[in-house]
Write a protein of this length. Structure first.
Length: 172
């Protein structure tokens, strides 16, 4: 009986080492940048950033959402002279006003979030469910990043009210 227990005790560390080694190999393989821009650490991190941002906007946690926004005046390259707290107030007030105004557009939901690298740039695509004057519409939407944060959201060349409201551009 004692011999059987000793054999079982020897097998447990070997099994743990085998499982740990497998997990490490799979994790390393997952995070190796792929030529096609599929999963890697940068896009995985951006995925969770975008998901948290969108969920925060939908759940009216605007201050939390703003932490993921790159705010700027007119062009992202120029940045802004506005302080973080003032920018947060401008951005949050703009979203609150859009949500309260039935004639405006605001984010009501989202689906099919994909984040990937293309030519070294992060791109996020998702199905935006936007309330437009009380009617829900669906748009295939792209998120643009600047310095690792969400700088803009667009469906087409001409920005809709929803896209203007939720972008990091404070001069809109």
């Amino acid at each position: 009986m004692n011999d059987k227990k000793k054999r079982n005790k020897k097998g447990v560390p070997i099994a743990v080492i085998a499982i740990a080694t497998t997990i490490i190999i799979v994790t390393v393989a997952f995070f190796i940048p792929k030529n096609d821009g599929s999963f890697n650490y940068k896009s995985l991190n951006a995925y969770f950033q975008v998901r948290t941002f969108l969920r925060s906007v939908i759940n009216e946690k605007y201050e939390k959402a703003f932490n993921y926004v790159y705010y700027y005046d007119e062009f992202p390259e120029n940045g802004t002279d506005i302080s973080f707290n003032d920018a947060k107030k401008i951005w949050c007030d703009r979203i609150l006003a859009a949500k309260k105004d039935n004639l405006s557009e605001y984010l009501a939901g989202y689906g099919s979030l994909d984040v990937y690298l293309e030519n070294g740039e992060l791109i996020a695509m998702f199905e935006a469910k936007v309330s437009v004057r009380g009617v829900e519409r669906q748009y295939r939407t792209q998120i643009k990043f600047y310095e690792g944060k969400i700088a803009g959201i667009s469906c087409e060349q001409v920005l809709t009210d929803f896209e203007k409201t939720i972008s990091g551009n404070l001069s809109i």
